[in-house]
Design a protein around this ligand. Structure first.
Ligand SMILES: CC(=O)SCCNC(=O)CCNC(=O)[C@H](O)C(C)(C)COP(=O)(O)OP(=O)(O)OC[C@H]1O[C@@H](n2cnc3c(N)ncnc32)[C@H](O)[C@@H]1OP(=O)(O)O
Ligand SMILES: O=C([O-])CC(=O)C(=O)O
Length: 374
């Protein structure tokens, strides 16, 4: 992995603080969480272990993990007041707005009253997010008031069971778990930086996470997985994908799911989710969407030297598991909550309010003229 030459607008290349949580795009290792390579974590741990690692600094032993999972399981259900609020949100609302409201409302009825409760607040959100998404989705789209508890061992399996109303396959549980690990943490990305800025004012955990959800929603960040899905579904074949993408580039359109602010040659998460997407395509007995995705990847590299970021093959992988496109970015929320909350805790542990300066480019000083002379 080569360090990208960083310059220009968007604070690119400027250090905005220290973190012990994550490295992104450092030579020799693409992505690490507290020193562990993300591929090692994806192969050898579960999402709950990664959440524990991010919140507590070390991977849990078996006893700690068992205790942690029981604690999360006991908090998966939603209070009636929150269910009532979710039922009021219309079917055509953006599910990221649902997540934002769900998070914010929970902060009203179960507030983080002081920072000694920060872990409880983070774990409550971690346990409740799958139900916030699925309760609203199934009520508004299917007219069902679901039971927000399941017997599923993992949060990934729990989400799939809530969404589909049936026990997920072992392979689908595994893919969800890997996906949640891949999306968990990514240093000072836009949404995490939002959370840290909010934390630096000594605000509460729910406000920090609510703000971060708003930043993740945009198509230049987390929203790219949905935009990528919308795009690949329009292509009828690999050859058609290449022709249509050439047109998009000619029209100077951004191709969602490609490029990255920090990585220069590849996003280490891509190979991992791409391999799972291929397995799911084979399991489904129809590889056409996967083949189209591979054609997109080849075309973008050959024509622009742009590579798939974490979002691109997540689109087909989620689609193969029967997940509606509009829920792709909310799943990202369920995972990235761990990174956001860990950064909030880190910011609080050595805080100074984040308040950069701006280069002024406006008019020279001038006097207000009376309104009838303007
Ligand atoms: C999990 C995540 O959040 S990963 C990111 C998800 N976002 C997307 O997939 C959206 C599509 N990608 C992009 O918009 C960008 O690549 C970003 C926002 C991720 C990074 O933006 P930047 O750091 O400004 O990109 P970068 O400096 O590498 O851009 C270099 C050039 O490549 C172009 N470029 C970068 N990505 C793309 C793309 N996906 N499609 C077309 N052109 C692109 C830029 O327009 C720029 O061209 P220019 O010099 O003519 O203006
Ligand atoms: O780091 C970034 O800018 C975006 C990203 O890939 C992420 O947040 O996962």
């Amino acid at each position: 992995m080569v360090d990208k030459k960083l310059s220009g607008a968007g604070l690119r290349g400027q250090s905005a603080g220290e973190t012990a949580l994550c490295t992104v795009g450092k030579s020799g290792s693409g992505l690490t969480y507290r020193g562990y390579d993300v591929s090692d974590l994806a192969d050898n741990t579960t999402f709950e272990e990664v959440a524990y690692l991010l919140f507590n600094g070390e991977l849990p032993n078996q006893g700690q993990l068992d205790e942690y999972k029981v604690m999360l399981r006991n908090q998966r259900d939603l209070p009636d007041g929150l269910k009532d609020v979710l039922k009021l949100i219309p079917k055509d609302a953006h599910p990221m707005d649902v997540m934002r409201t769900g998070c914010s409302f929970l902060g009203n009825i179960e507030p983080e009253t002081d920072f000694s409760h920060q872990n409880q607040a983070a774990n409550r959100l971690l346990a409740a997010f799958p139900a916030i998404m699925c309760y609203w989705y199934r009520f508004t789209h299917e007219g069902v008031e679901i039971d927000c508890t399941t017997d599923e061992d993992s949060l990934g399996g729990h989400f799939l069971a809530l969404l589909h109303g049936k026990t997920p396959s072992e392979q689908h549980r595994k893919v969800m778990d890997v996906s949640l690990i891949l999306y968990a943490e990514h240093e000072f990305n836009a949404s995490t930086f939002t959370a840290r800025v909010c934390a630096s004012t000594l605000s509460d955990m729910f406000s920090c996470v609510t703000g971060a959800i708003g930043s993740l929603r945009g198509p230049l960040h987390g929203g790219a997985n949905e935009a990528a899905m919308d795009m690949i579904q329009k292509f009828s074949s690999p050859a058609d994908a290449k022709v249509q993408m050439a047109g998009m580039l000619e029209r100077k359109e951004k191709i969602m799911g490609f490029g990255h602010a920090i990585y220069s040659e590849s996003d280490p998460r891509n190979a991992i989710i791409k391999a799972w997407s291929e397995k799911l395509a084979q399991e489904n007995g129809d590889t056409s969407l996967y083949d189209i995705s591979v054609a997109c990847e080849e075309f973008m590299w050959d024509s622009k030297k742009l590579f798939c970021n974490a979002d691109f093959f997540h689109a087909s992988a989620y689609h193969f598991m029967g997940i509606p496109t509009k829920l792709f970015t909310p799943i990202f929320v369920c995972s990235r909550l761990t990174g956001w909350a860990a950064h909030v805790m880190e910011q609080r542990s050595n805080n100074r309010i984040i308040r950069p300066s701006a280069d002024y480019v406006g008019p020279e000083p001038r006097k207000v003229s009376p309104i009838n002379q303007r």
